[in-house]
Ligand binder design. Structure first.
Ligand code: ADP
Length: 735
């Protein structure tokens, strides 16, 4: 019998208690009953069941006590006649009590059961209460969320409302913009027409018409400024030819203001502004103006006029500002187009001039070439005709002069084309200008003497001044000016002066008392195209290109060259050396350079190898060097030269750079690795005497570069100077 919730004690304890009670009753009933000391009924121990609650145990106990009653009757009271009656009463008593107890137990069990049920129900209730509370919380948090969402929704709806309003505004703005862009598109189209449709009138008039049309105005004008003065360059519905209107607009205060402040402005009602605000005629009542900006600066003004007063809107301001910017671009394009076409015309004219120049040069080349040809023929014939023999020195001299002219012409043309392509190398040094003048002028001493002219040099500039520039180029210019002065002076003098001007610059003036230059030629003497074609020019005196070259050289070194001339009384050329090129020193003026050495046997004892492929030149140079005492070996090409050089007996190598079998520089390269000890001097001969070429050859071991055609005196001097510097110096100083 399992213990359940209606049994308050364990079964064992119940059985034990029942057994003890039973034993006690056996003892009391059977052994002490007789005395009846205590009133004792069998039903009493059955109340024990109320304590332990086990009904089966209870009924077993009842049965047991019934048995005990029987036993009691049988054993103790056997003598009594009413025993059965007694026994029956005891059994009834026991059963009644047992039944009552049982009922009580049953009731208690039910009560316990009901109590348990109630407890369970209570627990369930509590659980469901908790659940309900949780749900409640959930619902309240959901409520809060809902509340928030509602608020958010309300906010969103407000925002949407605002956005809708904004969209509405934007739509309106877009509409305005759309209209504005349509206006701008029309204006752009008008501008395009202005650029392309030139046959329908000047482009600026088109621009004015477009502007007036776009703003629904009655007139428009474009004024361009030149040196601060406005000129009416285009107009629409304005009497552009009307001089008084033109003059009024040229100094119109409103237009000047727009240009000066470089911003768009308007006068809404001209009748309400001071009379001097604009000079436009009274037929107009309103004006809007915007600057035309070209490359960041106001180049003019676009103005539009209306006959009725008007309030100009922000949009109109922005549109006219934009249109003025576009119009300025168009204006610039038109200007550039004009510039381009002017330049292309200039370029074409240049090409034509160059072609004519080349034709004239080729003509000038033919003259001396023809003379050379004829002289050569005469010299040839002199062999057969003894009468001509005495003429040979004169013929030879004429040959020399014509050859020189030819070479000068070719070199001048080459120089000019080189300058044109921007190839002018500058080599700056610091030198004494007085010394330069004396050296350059000194070279022309024989020429002046021959012409019977006094050659004067005067320097008033401080002796400690030095010039920092390209000495060779300045020397070339001075030489040319002195040479010209001598050439174009019949009687009198050629005076070269050096003085310092008040601004610190130096001036070299070459002044002659010669024929002078006619005013109409004066402005062209630096122009090679003009000179070379000038039929009046004395071609026997020069190429006509010298001054053009001088001008380029002077420009290249940063000096200036001016001329001043009086026909019949003389000419003065002035070279100005700016102050920035002048430095002061403590040095005394350098001594003037000595004249050239013309000793007859100055090359005596020297072994010279002449490498030249041109036979006549080779022969001539060989003989002329031999005439100065040198022993000369001629070589016609590179291979022959290298063969000679292997012997190592030469003191001097005169090397033409353009050889048929190899470049002269290749020979120099080979010599670099094995140069004979005796070979003291290598002189390269070339038509290209540029500084870069000179430097290249020096790096390859050449002592100097001799220009072609070779000046014999110069060559001899160079050889003597290189091989025997001491001797050469001694000879110079003794002169
Ligand atoms: P050219 O080789 O003919 O001398 P230039 O360019 O040196 O060429 O001179 C150009 C022209 O300027 C000369 O042909 C001559 O008519 C004129 N000219 C130059 N210098 C003088 C001068 N000192 N006196 C007179 N005319 C001069």
């Amino acid at each position: 019998m399992a213990r359940d919730r209606s049994h308050p004690v364990p079964l064992g304890l119940a059985v034990l208690a029942s057994a003890v009670a039973a034993a006690l009753y056996i003892f009391l009933r059977i052994y002490f009953y007789e005395d009846r000391l205590i009133p004792l009924t069998y039903a009493l121990p059955l109340l024990l069941a109320l304590w332990h609650g086990y009904r089966l145990l209870h009924w077993i106990s009842a049965g047991f006590y019934c048995g005990l009653a029987l036993l009691n009757v049988l054993l103790v009271d056997a003598s009594a006649g009413s025993d059965l009656m007694n026994f029956s009463m005891m059994v009834v008593n026991i059963v009644t009590v047992a039944a009552v107890v049982d009922r009580l137990l049953v009731s208690r069990e039910r009560l316990v059961e009901a109590n348990l049920h109630l407890r369970d129900a209570n627990a369930e209730l509590e659980a469901s209460n908790e659940e309900l509370a949780a749900r409640d919380e959930e619902i309240s948090s959901q409520n809060e969320e809902l509340q928030q969402q509602t608020e958010e929704l309300e906010q969103q709806s407000t925002e949407l409302q605002q956005q809708a309003e904004e969209l509405q505004q934007q739509a309106e703005g877009l509409q305005i913009l759309h209209e504005e862009s349509a206006t701008r598109a029309n204006l752009l189209q008008a501008l395009l027409d202005a650029v392309t449709a030139t046959e329908t009138g000047p482009p600026l008039d088109h621009i004015c018409a477009a502007a007036a049309g776009a703003f629904d105005c009655d007139a428009a004008a474009v004024l361009l400024s030149a040196n601060g003065v406005f000129d009416l360059q285009g107009g629409w519905n304005l009497a552009a030819k009307d001089e008084s209107l033109r003059a009024a607009l040229a100094t119109d205060p409103f237009i000047t203001l727009v240009a000066q402040q470089n911003r768009t402005a308007c006068l809404e009602d001209l009748s309400a502004v001071p009379a001097d605000a604009t000079r436009m005629t009274s037929e107009f009542r309103t004006v809007l103006g915007s600057p035309l900006e070209v490359e960041g600066a106001p180049a003019g003004v676009l103005v539009i006029y209306g006959r009725a007063p008007r309030e100009w809107t922000e949009t109109e301001f922005s549109v006219i500002r934009w249109f003025a910017a576009q119009a300025a671009l168009v204006l610039r394009t038109i200007q550039l187009q004009e510039e381009l076409s002017r330049r292309s015309q200039e370029a074409e004219e240049n090409t034509r001039q160059k072609t004519r120049f080349l034709a004239a040069v080729s003509h000038d080349v033919r003259n001396p070439a023809n003379a050379i040809n004829l002289m050569a023929e005469l010299i040839q014939r002199s062999g057969d005709d003894p009468r001509l023999a005495s003429e040979i020195p004169r013929l030879a001299e004429s040959l020399r002069v014509n050859t020189r002219l030819l070479v000068e012409l070719v070199s001048d043309v080459l120089d000019l084309s080189r300058f044109d392509s921007g190839k002018i190398d500058l080599e700056e040094t610091t030198f004494d200008p007085a010394e330069l003048i004396r050296a350059e002028v000194g070279q022309y001493e024989p020429l002046a003497k021959n012409a019977g002219l006094a050659l004067i040099v005067e320097t008033t500039a401080p002796a400690n001044l030095r010039v920092k520039t390209d000495r060779m180029k300045l020397a070339r210019v001075l030489g040319n000016l002195v040479n010209n002065a001598i050439k174009f002076t019949e009687v009198g003098s050629v005076r070269t002066t050096l003085c310092q001007l008040v601004d610190g610059s130096l001036e070299v003036a070459v002044q002659d008392t010669g024929v002078g230059i006619a005013v109409e030629h004066l402005e062209h003497i630096f122009d090679e195209f003009y000179q070379i074609r000038n039929p009046e020019r004395d071609r026997s005196k020069g190429t006509g290109l010298g001054l053009a070259i001088c001008k380029r050289l002077i420009d290249a070194i940063g000096c200036s060259l001016d001329v001043d001339s009086q026909l019949g009384s003389g000419t003065t050329f002035r070279v100005r050396v700016p102050g920035v090129m002048i430095v002061e020193t403590d040095c005394q003026p350098s001594p003037s350079a000595p004249a050239g050495d013309r000793g007859d046997h100055v090359l005596a004892g020297l072994q010279v190898l002449v490498v030249e492929d041109h036979e006549t030149t080779r022969l001539a140079v060989t003989r002329l060097l031999a005439a100065h005492g040198a022993t000369v070996d001629p070589a016609e090409d590179g291979r022959a030269a290298l063969r000679h050089l292997r012997h190592g007996i030469h003191d001097v190598l005169l090397l033409d750079l353009m050889l048929p079998d190899m470049d002269g520089r290749e020979i120099l390269r080979q010599l670099q690795s094995g140069r004979p000890d005796r070979l003291k001097c290598i002189l390269a001969v070339s038509g290209d005497v540029s500084e870069s070429r000179r430097q290249e050859l020096q790096v390859l071991g050449a002592s100097d570069l001799i220009p072609k055609p070779v000046e014999m005196d110069h060559l001899v001097q160079r050889i003597a100077g290189a091989v025997r510097p001491a001797t050469a110096m001694a000879k110079r100083t003794s002169q």
